[in-house]
Design a protein around this ligand. Structure first.
Ligand code: ADP
Ligand code: MG
Length: 265
């Protein structure tokens, strides 16, 4: 189906926190226009892997290539250039509480472009429309519901029309209806804008709605990777255990997860 080189290539990535090895040789390739979902229990290494894909952490061994370039060997200018082609929607939304929604969305444009105010305002309006937040640009983040915060974070992530979009737990803490609408939005971004998307999630329903392929992590290793059908029919007991853990996931505390993600817990 796809003859081009993978957009993301992870080879033999090993990562440590101090002496402790938390990624134990990860291999992963994501194709152009694909939605790859990274799934796994708490502590399996999902966020650590995501931070390596973003170049925020450096592997102790192995390589991460994005758009054909080794992100740990790029000169600073080229890394900046590459970052412009990547959008990230963090789990918390990470919106600035003192800025309006529209101002939050404009931040990457202010940082990376010389566009005039009028043009930026038009782009912000268009992106708000894409995520179904038309008319909400003048609100403050505190005035938004959980689902709207996730949408606004997605709008900011796509404001530079990135080739690559990364989403950390885009549906965590949302009710099923809102989760489903976020999933539809992610699918639309891929279909309409041709993005390649990596989603880290605990949410099995969401994973199986959006994924082209699913990568299952356990204790820092990829224990399965394949299409939804391949994962569903996996003969691996460990994969089946993960798929059957649905009821436990519902009780997971997203705030505790967040505190851990930002190292405050
Ligand atoms: P997940 O996102 O799948 O829950 P993480 O990537 O956050 O998993 O964590 C993988 C392992 O690394 C866990 O055992 C976690 O406790 C540990 N870990 C995560 N972040 C740090 C850190 N900053 N310092 C030390 N250990 C960490
Ligand atoms: Mg995590």
């Amino acid at each position: 189906m796809n003859t081009e080189a993978p957009i993301i290539e992870v080879e033999g990535v090993v990562a440590h926190y101090g002496q402790r090895e938390v990624l134990k040789g990860i291999d992963l390739a994501v194709d152009d226009g694909e939605i790859m979902v990274i799934m796994g229990g708490s502590g399996s290494g999902k966020s650590t892997l995501l931070n390596h894909l973003l170049g925020l952490l450096r592997p102790s061994r192995g390589t991460v290539r994005l758009l054909g370039r080794d992100i740990n060997r790029l000169p600073a200018m080229e890394l900046l250039e590459l970052r412009r082609r990547m959008g990230v929607a963090f789990q918390s939304g990470a919106l600035f509480s003192s800025l309006t929604v529209a101002e939050n969305i404009l931040l990457p444009l202010r940082e990376h472009t010389d566009l005039d105010e009028h043009t930026m305002a038009i782009i912000a309006r268009l992106k708000l429309e894409v995520v179904s937040l038309s008319g909400f640009g003048d609100l403050m983040p505190a005035e938004l519901s959980g689902g709207m915060v996730k949408r606004a974070a997605l709008a900011r992530a796509i404001v530079m029309d990135p080739k690559l979009l990364f989403c950390d737990e885009p549906t965590a803490g949302l009710d099923p209806v809102v989760s489903s609408s976020i999933d539809q939005l992610i699918l639309r971004l891929r279909d309409a804008l041709g993005m390649t998307i990596v989603v880290v999630t605990h949410d099995l329903d969401s994973a199986f709605r959006i994924a082209d392929r699913i990568c299952v992590l356990e204790e820092g290793r990829v224990i399965a990777i394949g299409s939804k059908d391949e994962i569903r029919s996996s003969g691996s007991e460990r994969v089946q255990n993960l798929l059957n853990r649905r009821s436990k996931e519902v009780t997971l505390d997203p705030d505790a997860y967040l505190r851990r993600l930002f190292g405050e817990g």
